[in-house]
Design a protein around this ligand. Structure first.
Ligand SMILES: *[C@@H]1O[C@H](CO)[C@@H](O)[C@H](O)[C@H]1NC(C)=O
Ligand SMILES: *[C@@H]1O[C@H](CO)[C@@H](O)[C@H](O)[C@H]1NC(C)=O
Ligand SMILES: *[C@@H]1O[C@H](CO)[C@@H](O)[C@H](O)[C@H]1NC(C)=O
Ligand SMILES: *[C@@H]1O[C@H](CO)[C@@H](O)[C@H](O)[C@H]1NC(C)=O
Ligand SMILES: *[C@@H]1O[C@H](CO)[C@@H](O)[C@H](O)[C@H]1NC(C)=O
Ligand SMILES: [Zn+2]
Ligand SMILES: [Zn+2]
Length: 632
């Protein structure tokens, strides 16, 4: 063979291989095209009815959307466009639509938390969305500056639509007034439905002294409340809307009392609850004419609820409820928003007002320098609970095995031991850490809390017992209100509460049609994760609620929330003896839990005076430094 023919042979075989590859590719892609066509659509439609609601809660400043997570790519400007289209659609269907928010608008995102006071630049963005009903969350009440700001910016903007039936604020002249209105009575514009509405915050006690929270059970006995109910008897009320910053869980004692009370005045009136605070998607059936919706957290979810005002009675109760009420959890994504708006191009979707809000977000981010890159997350996503606690992809592993080891004392006046334990409550982490640029914003997303570290030196035999005792799961409510389970992230805590409820014999639930409330939980671990049916689906919520598991608009591969402990710890111990000194380091705010734990262990010495300031370099700052200098 000449050199030429050799090369020619070469070329022709490569050509043949290429043809083969292209054909195989064609065949394969045809197959997948075909399966795609026969697949069900990946977004479930919402059900429209006489009155439709869109509900947000616990937005915590996430108005920029989820920059490192494409499945929640919509920002607040897109939401503003979305609700405009929904309103147009509702009116073209001769139906009503109402927008509701149930509080917690900062603590969780750079956009809200980098300013002083936090919320100063994010609330002006939030209020660009129209709301018919909105109320206050506990995060508006920790600091006085935040309460004042809520009153000055949000209450003044929404006026009669801002309701709080049990939270008051102190004016400059010393008088307490409700944050907003005590209630709202109105007639809907299209269906002319008469609606009476109240708003409640759960029994919150850590509010600043210039605000007052009256527990629901006390409001039930207040004259103004009873007078209002009598002023609007059942014939004047087609629908009661009770919304607030309180989880819609079945074993919530406060909602239970409220429910009993309201039913004395309104035995058969339709009632709808909207709740929040525990950061989950949830829907509860309380009785045949009363359901509750809770719409997640962090601009991951826009809750949808619709009510048929004329649904007939006389059917089996489960059918009856499902004919009257319908719920969906809409992913906070452009894909979902455009789908439900019945609009296919982004140009048509964005309204002028929506674009203005997006621009305001962009400008604010620039002004606050939120996109300044500190480092990069390249190797993994680090999850709070989508992986077991021991996994290298657990954010807690990252924190205890690496980040916390860099903590140093900034207090020169204390003596340090050779060995140390650093205990941190898992609720100090607010969100997963996703691959992508790690920016100024990310620090606030992962851990916005600016706590001081403190140190207590103890014999090793005692020190090593603290974390295990804090991780015990029984409910403790001692005189100092120490409940160790509250050291968990909100959504983990609420799962425990919901799990407990399964073991309680709640009389309301026993009365109801079992098929509604006792849907079997599908095999999430096996079928959902492994099955072929998950092709093309992103990981996300598959919510199990009282109507089953078809509520999520976007079909996801189910994420599994693994149980995590109340606290985790970084260990820097050696082979020393059991009575060697060990420095136990923890955030100052869990001091009551640690002192409780020591008593529980049987350590009788009073150590409360031995707790010393250790460092003010809180977790967010440690994360920044570590990620700046390391590949993770
Ligand atoms: C304080 O101001 C509010 C609102 O202006 C008013 O309603 C209230 O009567 C005042 N209270 C006193 C004690 O002056
Ligand atoms: C639910 O509401 C309907 C319509 O108002 C009424 O006929 C029915 O009795 C109510 N059901 C219960 C259990 O109160
Ligand atoms: C509401 O219920 C009534 C009575 O069952 C029914 O005729 C009507 O079609 C329902 N409306 C919607 C929008 O589903
Ligand atoms: C969606 O829009 C198309 C075209 O604009 C229209 O024909 C169709 O009826 C709409 N669908 C719904 C459910 O409104
Ligand atoms: C806001 O910034 C994003 C990302 O840089 C960009 O895609 C978008 O077009 C901007 N929006 C407006 C309204 O300026
Ligand atoms: Zn919250
Ligand atoms: Zn809350």
């Amino acid at each position: 063979m000449t050199e030429h023919t050799k090369i020619w042979h070469w070329y022709s075989s490569i050509f043949l291989i290429l043809v083969l590859v292209v054909n195989i590719y064609r065949i394969l892609s045809n197959v997948s095209e075909n399966t795609r066509i026969s697949d069900p659509p990946l977004i479930r439609n919402v059900k429209w009815n006489d009155i439709n609601f869109v509900h947000t809660t616990d937005t915590h400043g996430w108005y920029s959307g989820h920059i490192n997570q494409r499945q929640y790519d919509a920002n607040w400007g897109h939401f503003v466009s979305f609700t405009k289209h929904l309103k147009d659609l509702a009116h073209s269907k001769k139906q009503d639509i109402l927008f509701v928010d149930t509080g917690d608008r900062h603590d969780g995102n750079g956009l809200s938390d980098i300013t002083t006071p936090n919320g100063a630049l994010s609330l002006p963005i939030f209020i660009k969305q129209e709301y018919d009903l909105l109320t206050v969350g506990n995060h508006e009440l920790y600091e006085w500056e935040n309460s004042k700001q809520e009153y000055d910016i949000v209450v003044q903007h929404f006026q009669a639509n801002y309701i709080s039936s049990n939270v008051e604020i102190k004016l400059d002249n010393g008088t307490y007034v409700p944050v907003g209105q005590l209630y709202k009575y109105f007639v809907t514009p299209i269906k002319k439905a008469k609606v009476l509405s109240f708003a409640f915050l759960f029994d919150f006690t850590r509010n600043n002294p210039f605000t007052k929270v009256t527990p629901i059970r006390e409001v039930l006995n207040q004259d103004w409340f009873k007078k209002t109910l009598l002023e609007f008897p059942p014939e004047k009320v087609d629908l009661l809307v009770i919304f607030g910053h309180i989880p819609v869980s079945h074993n919530d004692e406060e909602l239970f009392q409220l429910h009993q009370f309201l039913r004395m005045y309104y035995p058969t009136t339709k009632i709808q609850y909207f709740g929040g605070h525990s950061h989950i998607r949830d829907f509860s059936v309380y009785d045949e004419n009363l359901t509750g919706l809770q719409s997640g957290r962090f601009c991951e979810t826009a809750g949808w609820l619709s009510i048929n005002l004329t649904a007939e009675d006389g059917l089996q109760s489960s059918d009856q409820i499902k004919r009257t009420f319908s719920r969906s959890y809409i992913d906070f994504s452009l894909k979902s928003f455009m789908h439900h708006s019945n609009i296919s191009t982004i140009e048509e979707f964005n309204t002028n007002q929506g674009l203005m809000v997006s621009k305001q977000i962009n400008d604010t981010r620039k002004e606050l320098n939120l996109d300044q890159i500190i480092g990069h997350v390249k190797k993994n996503n680090y999850f709070m609970d989508y992986v077991p606690l021991e996994s290298p992809k657990s954010i807690y592993t990252l924190i205890t095995k690496r980040i916390l080891l860099a903590l140093e004392s900034t207090n020169k006046n204390i003596s340090l031991s050779e060995e140390r334990l650093i205990i941190i409550n898992t609720g100090s982490i607010r969100y997963d850490l996703y691959k992508g640029p790690y920016t100024v914003d990310t620090q606030y997303i992962i851990s916005p809390f600016e706590n001081d570290w403190v140190k207590l030196t103890l014999p090793k035999s005692i020190a090593v017992k603290i974390a295990p005792i804090l991780n015990r799961r029984e409910y403790i409510a001692d005189a100092n209100d120490v409940n160790n389970m509250k050291l968990l992230p909100e959504h983990q805590y609420s799962q425990i509460i919901k799990g407990n409820y399964m073991h309680l014999n709640n009389p309301i639930i026993e009365d109801l049609d079992q098929t509604i409330l006792r849907y079997p939980i599908p095999e999430r671990f096996t079928s959902h994760l492994a099955s072929n049916a998950n092709k093309g689906k992103s990981k996300g919520y598959v919510t199990h609620d009282d109507f089953g598991h078809d509520g999520d608009d976007t079909l996801h591969r189910a994420v599994v929330n693994y149980p995590i402990t109340n606290v985790v710890q970084a260990e820097q111990l050696s082979e020393s003896s059991n009575d060697a000194d060990v420095d136990v380091i923890f955030y100052n705010f869990i001091t009551p839990n640690v002192l409780w734990g020591l008593k529980e262990i049987g350590y009788e010495q009073d150590v409360s005076d031995n707790i010393e300031f250790y460092s003010d370099k809180y977790l967010g700052l440690l994360l920044n430094e570590y990620i700046k200098d390391h590949d993770i």
